[in-house]
Ligand binder design. Structure first.
Ligand SMILES: [Zn+2]
Length: 330
């Protein structure tokens, strides 16, 4: 019943220690990331998941997420082991990247700390959790592989990966998918915390030569710059969506990968969540969609209950996960 899979980096992993340096890939960074996404899934399916920063969850009377990931008085329901065969990435020019001053973009410098590239052997073994929960976790990992990233600083482009197992690609069986979807149950709650119903996922194909690692970063920075500019007249909205380190620190709700190569195609992915509480939410998502489309007219876009999703408007969340995100017809 153990999940055993290798993660191959497409963009470097970043999991920092207390000194904010990534000296190796840490289990805690992987677990933190899996938990954040598992929460978004539980809420997406309409079920309560506590806010881990203000949680009252305790022991067996806790929310669905704490039951699996542990909380006060309850250990984690699974054991996780990471065998780290990665190495520090080589970034030229002391990790400083200057955004080119074209298309009216202001020149600015970005500092990157090196992440780790290579192979990570991941083993997840149940200690208390059941098979459905483990399959739920497998679905989350698969969606991260297809549409997201893992570890810390994913908003800065780290942590895109490909799963590999003995037979090549890591695919889930019909039984694993059905069981994993059943694990998330169904309710009718919505939340202003990360909730899959309010996420979008996109992939862009890019033309050009990206053999230089700085070039792979530049596109990502240009898009981030352009998205910030979209909301330049409205500071509150901009800080809400793109994050800020001014005043009350807020994390970015938009995540933009670096350019990576997969099947000889240069690709970049952008995903994020715009809470339902954001005023004119649909219009905001539309502006983001239009801006990202400028980088690739034929971009792939996934979004629950939305006509922007060219794959089709899914009527319920399990169908959306199965057909639009996992792209399987059962
Ligand atoms: Zn909880």
């Amino acid at each position: 019943m153990t999940i055993s899979v290798k993660l191959q980096t497409l963009t470097p992993f970043w999991t920092g220690n207390v000194g904010k340096i990534c000296d190796r890939v840490r289990e805690t960074g992987i677990i933190g990331s899996l938990r954040w996404w598992y929460e978004a899934f539980v809420r997406g399916f309409g079920v309560y998941a506590c806010d881990p920063t203000h949680s009252d969850c305790q022991g067996f009377s806790s929310c669905k997420v704490c039951k699996l990931f542990g909380c006060n008085g309850l250990s984690r329901g699974f054991d996780i082991r990471v065998e780290d065969s990665t190495h520090p990435e080589k970034i030229v020019d002391q990790q400083v990247v200057a955004l080119p001053n074209d298309k009216g973009r202001r020149r600015s410098k970005w500092y990157f700390s090196p992440g780790h590239e290579g192979l990570l052997d991941l083993k997840i073994t149940p200690t208390r959790c059941n098979e459905e929960e483990l399959n739920g976790l497998k679905i989350v990992l698969k969606i991260l592989e297809l549409w997201g990233a893992i570890g810390s600083r994913t908003h800065l482009g780290y942590g895109v990966f490909q799963c590999i197992n003995e037979g090549g690609e890591y695919n889930l069986s019909t039984e694993e998918i059905e069981s994993g979807l059943a694990n998330f149950e169904s309710g009718n709650r919505t939340s202003n915390l990360p909730d899959l119903k309010f996420f979008f996922f996109s992939k862009l194909k890019l033309d050009g030569d990206f053999t230089n690692c700085i070039k792979r970063l530049e596109n990502s920075l240009e898009l981030r710059y352009d998205l910030r500019q979209l909301f330049r007249e409205d500071n509150k909205l901009r800080y809400d969506i793109m994050g800020t380190i001014r005043g009350e620190r807020r994390g970015s709700k938009i995540f933009i990968s670096r350019v990576y190569q997969v099947r000889e195609i240069n690709e970049m992915r952008v995903w994020g969540w715009i809470p339902q509480a954001i005023e004119n939410r649909s219009e905001v998502v539309d502006r983001i969609y239009e801006k990202i489309s400028e980088f690739d007219q034929n971009l792939e876009w996934r979004e629950f209950d939305s006509k922007r999703d060219k794959y089709g408007k899914a009527s319920d969340v399990p169908t959306f996960v199965k057909e639009n995100l996992l792209e399987v017809q059962i």
